[in-house]
Design a protein around this ligand. Sequence first.
Ligand code: GLU
Length: 553
Amino acid sequence: MDYKELANLIFPTVKEISYYEEKYPERQLPEGAIVTRFAPSPTGFVHIGGLYQALVAKIVVQKTGGVFFLRVEDTDQKREVENGVTGIVNSLKDFDILQDEGMYTDSEEKGKYGPYKQSLRKEIYQAYAKYMIEQGKAYPCFCTQEEVDEMRKKQEEAKVRPGYYGVWAKCRNHTIEEMAEKIKNGEPYIIRFKSPGREDRKIKHKDVIKGNVDFPENDQDIVIIKADGLPTYHFAHAVDDHLMRTTHVIRSDEWLSSVPLHLQLFHEMGFKAPKYAHISPIMKNDNGGKRKLSKRKDPEAAVSYYKKEGIPSTAVKEYLLNIANSTFENWRRANPDKKMEEFEFQLNKMSVSGALFDMVKLLDIGKTVISKMTAGDVYKEALIWAKEYDTELEEMLENKEYALKVFGIERGNKKPRKDIAKWSDVKENIGYMYDEKFYNKEQEYPYQPAIDNKEDIEKILKLYIEKYYNENDNKQEWFDKIKALAIELGYAGEVKEFKANPEKYKAHVGDVSTVIRVALTSRTNTPDMYEIMQVLGKEKITKRLEKAIEKLK
Ligand code: GLU
């Protein structure tokens, strides 16, 4: 009996690998085009680190005219959840990271290199496993779980490396006849790779991100086909990324230590290995130490968090680009109005160690992103968010014309307002522009330290409505009137003047206008008051000022 017959005994019906090699030819793409993938398990959950990977992959593909595909790695069926793929695809869509091919829902796919779901590729893996057995590079292993556990225990006692290798790899030494005999007797088995490696030899690997790394060769006879007939991650990775003609494997650096094994698998199967780019994780400060953002402990680890909070997806992406290439920040400063896609992203300039996640910075980017939007876009995005997460805000936005005016305050000019970081800020941010919200809230008494007695405040407010307020004033007139009001009541008409002669005045024009501002908005700090008053209109203004006066009594 020879290996070929053994292989036939194990996989009698699978196709020759030449069939697949022809079915999935080299891709016809421009020189330098990168083909890469995002390869999640169908858990429905996308970690911010996963989004980071997908974003990087998408960018390099776009820059080179390549292909970005979505492959679902469901060989560990314990991790699967219902509609898990659709959930992942939708999360990526929220960030406008669209695949060129691959899975689109749990059951639909597009592209010529499929199936893109590993559980549907069983025969393909088996064809390649058969090919390996034929060449004596893989073999059936009959060890039971108990035997493997027992072996591990012995290795621990003897203080040697754990694993199935060298002298410990019991089944690699069976003769072909012994193997055939066991199979015919119905003994259960799995398929192992017969590693030609030696631990005392080194390999050199040049990672696109991590640079040159040395590793000992792999010498483990790892499992390639499990008892359920499905492949392990390692084997599926080699077969899939070969057949899908992946040029670059961009993945988390938790896989870096598997590179010696993966390169060996590619080599033994006679495939050209892809380039590897291992991405460092996103970290978090925790009690003085650094750790990876954790799905279990940190809500911000889930990409769904950003959607729920209403942090604009472009802000999240921009923030991730900041982490990815340290040159991005300067580029952004020099090119505030360019699209982030125009940035010359460099995969090989990504940081080798994990960056700290900085929510403050992300929200700051959110403010900038929103400040550059038109009132119409702010309205649109805030409404989309409100429809899903906040019915009260949705109701507030019902009057579109008014909302557009509210969002138009200090927007579209050279220095637009930068006070909204995320859509969930909007309600609080614009609440005072709506009577329902304004009167609902405990009214702040229009008091402020510089003018701290009710009589003076009442005088300001009264005189303002009776004599000075005119809805048709332009900004200059409006301002001059507040100044005149201040002077009439004995306040300094200029801040400068007040500072030069503080003993001469009770307070200055700025303090007077703050009294009006608080009466109108319940806030000491707002965007431009003239614009606010234009939007509120005479009726609301008069009522608010009158109510404030009443409150003083
Ligand atoms: N399914 C693997 C994971 O989620 C993919 C790793 C890879 O990109 O190769 O970690």
